[in-house]
Ligand binder design. Structure first.
Ligand SMILES: Nc1ncnc2c1ncn2[C@@H]1O[C@H](COP(=O)(O)OP(=O)(O)OP(=O)(O)O)[C@@H](O)[C@H]1O
Length: 291
């Protein structure tokens, strides 16, 4: 069932378009929002979280009209902004109590139960009484994830949640989010394709304010079907090959570089076709080289 419905959404900053005629339908579960720098991901999330006004369009969130019922939408919402800051003099635990009170968790026992559970889920219990000013970037990010989940919101938006997290914290985060995705609507904006690869069934790709793809992540990979090739090049010719081919990635094997190349036609007689991944599909859509 569609929980977030966006029709004909337009947003401009001083008449420079940031979002143009966006149509998206988002169901319960984990939805990946992908796009390069400046694509419009943060603008879209700020609009959905009622922070930014928009010029045109119809947005419905859990049957609420965003333009008319913003207050009620805020009651459903958990949001981790891209640049999350917390008061440096607070401890992690104090901040979560404060944020919980702001979200209407006035019952101390209920708030404490949530604060302690979330501190545990984001692995901050051992640091809960340290001042935030002593936190690392990754710890602050994890505190941001915890505050977004306070109040048991139904609709959760996380703007680049894993930026700055180490690999084990990233896995822990994915597990927390996957558990929630069964009965929550979660939008996860990221540059890191592997964040959505393992957990998101559906995704959209945004570029220059436009939706270039929306659908399943498997379908996104298929956008690059027949357009992904591997090509072995002697290491000595690396620079020349880099100029010649549209390279997605490369790895070293003995004296050779193995390039993963995107092209509609075989880029070389010795190039071999390979199965596309979600990342390949993303690159294909962004570069307009699709099957
Ligand atoms: N406050 C603002 N004033 C003017 N232009 C803005 C403002 N915020 C964003 N923009 C512009 O709107 C466009 C979309 O930006 P946005 O931050 O939404 O993209 P993004 O996909 O989140 O990028 P990133 O991945 O780099 O965070 C960009 O061209 C950006 O320069």
């Amino acid at each position: 069932m569609c929980m977030v419905k966006i029709d004909g959404l337009n947003k401009a900053y001083r008449s420079v378009p940031a979002l143009s005629d966006i149509h998206l339908q988002i169901e319960t579960g984990l939805f990946g929002l992908l796009g390069p720098n400046g694509a419009g991901k943060t603008t879209l999330m700020k609009i959905l979280s009622t922070i930014l006004p928009y010029e045109e369009g119809q947005v419905t969130i859990y049957d609420l009209d965003l333009a008319k019922q913003g207050d009620k939408v805020r009651g459903l919402l958990g949001y981790l902004p891209q640049h999350f800051h917390a008061p440096p003099q607070f401890t992690g635990r104090e901040f979560l109590h404060y944020a919980g009170s702001m979200k209407g968790l006035t019952n101390h026992r209920e708030r404490s139960e949530q604060v302690e559970r979330l501190l545990d889920e984001v692995n901050l219990l051992p640091h809960a009484d340290k001042k935030i000013k002593s936190f690392s970037g990754g710890m602050t990010r994890r505190l941001g994830i915890a505050q977004a989940l306070l109040g048991k919101p139904k609709f959760i938006m996380l703007d680049e949640p894993t930026a700055g997290l180490d690999p084990s914290e990233r896995i822990r985060f994915r597990n927390v989010i996957e558990k929630l995705s069964k009965d929550h609507t979660i939008i996860l904006s990221t540059h890191i394709i592997s964040d959505i690869e393992s957990s998101c069934e559906k995704a959209a790709v945004l570029n220059k304010g436009q939706v270039l793809y929306q659908g399943t992540t498997a379908g996104l990979a298929q956008k690059a079907a027949g357009c992904i090739w591997e090509l072995q090049v002697p290491y000595a010719n690396y620079d020349k090959a880099e100029k010649e081919y549209a390279i997605i990635s490369s790895r070293r094997e003995m004296n050779h570089a193995v390039f993963r190349v995107i092209a509609k036609e075989p880029p070389h007689v010795h190039a071999t076709a390979v199965q596309p991944t979600i990342e390949d599909g993303y690159m294909a859509v962004i570069n307009g080289v699709t099957a």
